[in-house]
Ligand binder design. Sequence first.
Ligand code: URA
Length: 431
Amino acid sequence: MYDIIVKKRDGGELTKEEIYFFIEGYTKGEIPDYQASALTMAIYFQGMSQEETATLTQAMVDSGETIDLSAIKGHKVDKHSTGGVGDKVTFIVGPLVASVGVPVAKMSGRGLGHTGGTLDKLESIKGLQIEMTKEKFIENVNTNKLAVAGQTGNLAPADKKLYALRDVTGTVDSLPLIAGSIMSKKLASGADSIVLDVKTGSGAFMKTLEDSENLAREMVNIGNNLGRNTVAVISDMNQPLGFEVGNANEIKEAAEILQGKNVEDLRKLSLEIASHMTVLAEVFDSYEDAYQALEENIENGKAFKSLRTLIESQGGDVAMIDDLEKLPKAKYDIEVKASKGGYVSAIDAESIGIAAMYLGAGRATKDDEINHGVGITLNKKIGDEVKEGEALVILHSDNENANDSIKKVQEAYTISDEKVEKPTLIHNIIK
Ligand code: URA
C-alpha cells in the first residue's frame, strides 16, 4: 500500500492490480484508514486517467453484490441526480417513463444535510412502503413498470466505506472519486441504461459548468465502457428546482405537474430526462418523438395514473394524491419578506435547503426524524420582480418561532436594482 500511495503522490498511473489491491484490502479492513486517506488525497491532487477511473469503479462494483434485474421484462432504465434542492424529478419521470411501457426499477436513498431524499419524500404518503423483498420489487416492476425501493443488499460496500472516509478528510470534491462513487452504485443496481442529471451551480457539488461537464463526461465514459448506455443532462442548480422544498409539498408539486400544471423549470427538466430515458430504451427513435408522446401522456392522464398505481402497489394512501390537501401540513405559515424592492438575482439553493432542514424537513445527523409536513414554498425565483415587504418565501413550520430558518432564507436571496435574466435550465447534453 505504501508503494501505491507514493506512486500516485508522484503522478504515476495505477495498474488494475494496484487498484484492486487497494479496494479489496480496504473493504476487508486490511488497509487502515490512514493509508486510504493518504491515497485519496493523492488522487485528489493528481487525478486519475479515464482507464484508472473505470477500473476503480469496476473494483467498487466487484466489492459487493450486484442486483440481477434480468427477471424484469424489457429494457430497464435508471436515472440519477447528483443532488439538488427541491429536486422531485424522480416522482415525475418514473410515472412518465412507465406510462409509455418502459420499466423503471428505482432504488433510492434518504436525505442528509441540505439535500432531501427520495424515500423520505415518498414516505409523506401514509402507509407507503419502501422496504420490500427483491421478488416483490421485480413483480411490481413487471406488473406496473415502476417501483421505488430503499437500496437492498450490499451494493458497492467499498464506496460506502470510502465515501464516509472522504467526507471527513476533505476528499469529496475529486472528479474521479465522485464519478467512481456514483457510477459504482448505479452499475451495481442492474439497469441497462442510465440518464444522469448532473447539477451545476451554487447549490451543486460542481459549481462551474466546466467542472460539471468534466464530471458528466467521466461518468458517461465509465457507463458506456462498462456496457450501459449512458447520457448526462447538465441542469442548473443556481436556485431550487420548482417552487417547493420539503417532503409532502414536493410530492404535491410533482403530482400537480403530472396533472398538467406548468411549473416551467420542473416540467421541462422532467420531460427532458424522461425523453432521453425512453430513447435509450429504444421505444422512440428520436428525442422529439419521445418528448411529444410524454407530453401527451400528461395531457391524457396516463402519467398521473402511473403515479397512482405506484402508490397503491406500495401500500400508500392514494386518497392523498387524489386530494392533495390531504397530504401532511405544518401548523403555521410564516412569510419571509423582502427588505428592499428590485429583482431577484440569486437564491443560494444550499441555504434554502438548510433553512428547510432547520424546520425539520431534513436531517442534520443520520438519526434525525423527518417532519413530512414542514417545508418552504418559494414565491420568487431568479428574474422575478419583488416589492419591498413582499413575501419571498412562505415557511411551513410546526413552531411559531422559526428565526433560524428566516435568517437563512434572508441570507439566501440577493436582490438587485437592475433587471435580471432567468437562468438557463439545461446547459448541455453529454452522450
Ligand atoms: N454522491 C455520491 O454518491 N458520491 C460522491 O462521491 C458524491 C456524491
